[in-house]
Design a protein around this ligand. Sequence first.
Ligand code: CP
Ligand code: NVA
Length: 307
Amino acid sequence: MNHFLDVSDYSPAEIQDMLNLAVRLKQEYFAGGNSPLFKGKVLALIFQKPSLRTRVSFDMAMRHMGGDALYLSPSEIGLGKREAISDISRVLSGYVHGMMARVFDHAHIVELAKWSSVPVINGLSDYSHPCQAMADALTIQEKFGNLKGLTVTYVGDGNNVAVSLMHIAVMLGANFRIANPEGYDMPALAQEIGANLAAQSGAQISYLRDPHEAVKDAHVIYTDTWTSMGQEEETAKREAVFPPYQVNADLVREADKDAIVMHCLPAHRNHELTDDVADGPHSVIFPQAHNRLHAQKAVLARLFGVA
Ligand code: CP
Ligand code: NVA
């Protein structure tokens, strides 16, 4: 069974191929609409946490291509609480053609996939956010042609979004730098996988503490919230540690003059990203959010085996 749990489960050629399909589906959509390749298919959208982009972009991706989506809220199915994940997975497999799930514990998406006889997509876990990474790579590609030889810099918490961004960036030949405070490093497993992927593509990865050093001449500056969903009790502590990692106009000036500024959203404006930068000439945050739709159509088409 094909699932989409992490970009690193795929080869760089397969990821590039899905991105090429995303480009084609985006062109087709704006040229009058997508063909109904998902006709008769229903995707279950399972959420343990809130969402705007992931929920709406998956729902609309299914509708644009002739299919349907079914939203299951955090309180509805009680993943692992009301019912064992292995049972939920086997029951849903008989009703729907695919499942997208947003979970707290990455082990839960792995468990869902283990028992499912239909494709399972990771719509964000505490470890990774591969659908975001696909949209990010599509956005970078649209600006620079491809990722080879670019410098992609992430400033902030070594979180789920950072992990998937690092993996896709080095898979596609970009050098990746991260600047984060001590105590907020990426998980060791993500670093190990990143090192293997970088060795294959010849990309460099730099783990830094100084955001100024990290953004020097970078083509992409990326940031995300300092406090991810599920870490709310750490908010005060994090708000004290992270301000030197704010992406503001002074920091952006140190990057390449044509650098783009990215954020997966939701943004905490004037915390990790200042208003002037978010709404300024370097920002691509809204095209980036819109690309979730096109990138996910490609992922779904591949998993359904229809393109
Ligand atoms: N970027 C992202 O996944 O947004 P949502 O949490 O709104 O889905
Ligand atoms: N790192 C954030 C991303 C939200 C899309 C979180 O996990 O809350």
